[in-house]
Write a protein that binds this ligand. Sequence first.
Ligand code: ADP
Length: 164
Amino acid sequence: MIKAVFPGSFDPPTHGHLDIIRRSARIFDSLDVVIAVNHHKAPLLSTDERKRLLLGEIAAMSLKNVAVAVYEGLVVEYCRSVKATVLLRGLRSSSDYNYEFELSIINKQLDEGIETVMIPAAAKYFILKSSTIKELLNLGGDISHMVPHAVEMALLSCHGDGAS
Ligand code: ADP
């Protein structure tokens, strides 16, 4: 039984994240998507909202082996607490790779027993990143092809409330 953990900010969850979740749910016995709390960045969406949206999309894909958690702290500690042995990351580009490679070495030093597995982004999603979506949102650009409808609605409503 191999349990994997997919950590990230998911602010907001995008089609790129959901594609990695869908594909890895077929590879691993169980998968925890972990919303990592970062107090140094002001989020667009609250952690509860991100969790609600991710759970909705996971249910819509009928993925029975995927759970969502919110965690503050080292991801390897979360992995240990749920007995996960795989730390999953998505790769969009060679710059993602350089960053992820270094991160995997740090995580390996923190816990020998956890393997980082990197999954390449689908061609149609490799340009999707949270920072681009935030920028488009601020400028009134169309994000409907980047995020699920429910995520777009949540973003438009919090943006309309004055968030940026
Ligand atoms: P971002 O880097 O866009 O802020 P996150 O921090 O939430 O996103 O990323 C969590 C994980 O999802 C990381 O491993 C990241 O590389 C991966 N990821 C993000 N966007 C995509 C995408 N479009 N396709 C595949 N993987 C992605």
